[in-house]
Design a protein around this ligand. Sequence first.
Ligand SMILES: [Fe+2]
Ligand SMILES: [Fe+2]
Length: 274
Amino acid sequence: MLVAQISDLHIRPHGQLAYGVSETNVFAEHAINALLRLRPAPDLVLVTGDVTDCGLEEEYAIATGLFARLPMPVYCVPGNHDRREAMRAAFSAAGYMPEAGELNFVVETRPLRLIGLDSLVPGESFGALSDATLGFLAKALASAPDVPTLVMLHHPPFRCGIGHMDRVRLLGGVDRLGAIIAAHPQVERILCGHHHRAIQHRFAETLCQVAPSVAHQVDLDLRDEAPSNFVLEPPAFLLHAWIEREGLVTHTSQVDRSPGPFPFILPDDYPGRK
Ligand SMILES: [Fe+2]
Ligand SMILES: [Fe+2]
């Protein structure tokens, strides 16, 4: 089973740039193209929040249009830039979003099972998990304790060292999240976005992975007073491969094509060849 994770598309209305600089709609299109080039094709695609930049209907219409190009199912959790009701409406046809309340869901895929959690706090950049969401997670995990599971939510529940991002991480429900996860060793990964960088951390005895953005990245500045800046480093995404008798292995892949591939061939006259 192959699971692609893209994050933080920040889609804008037609013709508008994010922050006046980032051509997020073009970046998103390139990301879809990159997913379509993958061989083998992923079985499903996860989007770890900030699908849109402002939660506008027009932005969601562009997002659903792009996702419609993918032949496999796409599952999204909301980020702080999304709006819950607009997102529910936009993705209702996909069938996995609940009709009311937070946008939490379970997808009963195998061998990997998927749980999506809503960490959106309306009007805020930081995230929190409500009592209802934490209860949903505990119940979902208790119902299938033997199935390897991916838990996805937008806001990372740990400090990464970049001060301005740490102040808007998951701030509410972190301890309870940790206790629930620690009690369920079937959780293979907690998959997040929001920080616009590839970051890993051991959290509650599992691995928490933050996906880079498929658009702009957050500047790598590990100071508490780091200015809130982004950079146009190469967009990237994660590819989680379930490998028989091994478990889950995660690769990071850049969206844009690079020169190659080239065969590892050594000619007979290769200097230093043994
Ligand atoms: Fe974002
Ligand atoms: Fe975010």
